[in-house]
Design a protein around this ligand. Structure first.
Ligand SMILES: NC(=O)c1ccc[n+]([C@@H]2O[C@H](COP(=O)([O-])OP(=O)(O)OC[C@H]3O[C@@H](n4cnc5c(N)ncnc54)[C@H](O)[C@@H]3O)[C@@H](O)[C@H]2O)c1
Length: 295
């Protein structure tokens, strides 16, 4: 039987965390959003406010509803505000050491009956569950970017997850209007196991001169019916996050298809993280994205 969820903690207000917080508040949950400091928190909250304002402008929501959603989100830079949450979802940087350090602190503070969830794209759920004192109450809740729009949530059961915690996570995802698909705790779950090699292959195709950045993207849109080309999608995911995901998958499976292409490494060294940093395969400084002029 699923546990009752009223208050949801979200750790990280970046690309994914702000969206997860917004979706939970839109479904009627009280949300505590924790970021590392006030300045970073303000950026995450501003993104939510912008999305809510846009929905009102487009007539998809009323001002009253948007205000109510905003009113259900409480931002903080302190872990202690998460103490009475029924469910805590982490969407912090894709780094196992950082996630473990965070869970050790959060586990001490949050009430013992609360369920913990990770939004990791690639790390094994069990590795995070095992550092908490509640491995049976630990699941994966893997949202897709942007969380406000994408229908799927992969609900991941690790070896220690209890039926009750798993049912709680499934029901929570469905209560937000999501399609909840159960998956096993195998690195990359379903979608990234298939999608990441494709994105990396697009980077390798560009490296090998098969086509230009926009030719590769336009070809996949027109030829495969994809809504977005792979290099645009890589920028959208975040090249740093893509790099971390492929490293984890490579470490796990030792297959070339998951190996980080040299070009990705060099782009990250240059500080080009994709759309979020303003530069990736495309330059986002103008009105419309243009292929990176350095290429
Ligand atoms: N980018 C994607 O398309 C995508 C999709 C699904 C899942 N994910 C996963 O979601 C997670 C977050 O990815 P993202 O793309 O949002 O990254 P991001 O870099 O945009 O955001 C991460 C945020 O976490 C914050 N943070 C770091 N440590 C923290 C802590 N201890 N407490 C609170 N906040 C902390 C950072 O300040 C940053 O704002 C990763 O595990 C990633 O694999 C990403």
């Amino acid at each position: 039987m699923a546990q009752q969820i009223e208050k949801v903690g979200v750790l990280g207000g970046g690309l994914m965390g702000h969206g997860i917080a917004q979706v939970a508040a839109e479904a009627g949950y009280q949300v505590v959003l924790r970021e590392v400091d006030e300045a970073t928190l303000a950026k995450g909250v501003a993104k939510i406010e912008k999305q809510l304002a846009r929905a009102v402008e487009k007539g998809k929501s009323t001002q009253e509803d948007a205000d109510a959603v905003r009113g259900r989100i409480f931002g903080t830079a302190h872990y202690r505000e998460l103490a009475d949450c029924d469910l805590v979802i982490e969407a912090i940087t894709e780094s196992l050491p950082l996630k473990l350090e965070m869970w050790r602190e959060v586990d001490e503070i949050v009430k013992p009956e609360a369920v913990f969830a990770t939004n990791t794209s690639s790390l094994a759920v069990i590795d995070q569950a095992a550092v908490t004192g509640r491995p049976e109450r630990f699941v994966g809740l893997h949202y897709f970017n942007p969380a406000q729009v994408m229908k799927l949530v992969e609900v991941v059961r690790c070896v220690t997850t209890s039926q009750e915690a798993f049912d709680t996570a499934l029901e929570f995802a469905r209560s937000q209007g999501k399609l909840a698909i159960p998956t096993k705790d195998k690195a990359g779950f379903i979608v990234n196991r298939l999608l990441v090699p494709y994105l990396l292959d697009a980077i390798r195709a560009y490296e090998e001169g098969v086509g230009s950045v926009d030719e590769i993207d336009e070809a996949m849109k027109a030829g495969a019916g994809h809504p977005m080309g792979p290099l645009t999608l890589a920028d959208f995911v975040g090249l740093d996050t893509l790099g971390s995901i492929c490293d984890v998958l490579f470490e796990e499976f030792r297959e070339r298809r998951f190996a980080r292409p040299p070009m990705l490494r060099k782009m990250l060294a240059a500080g080009w993280f994709g759309r979020k940093s303003g530069m990736g395969f495309y330059d986002y400084s103008g009105d419309a994205p243009q292929p990176n002029p350095a290429f």
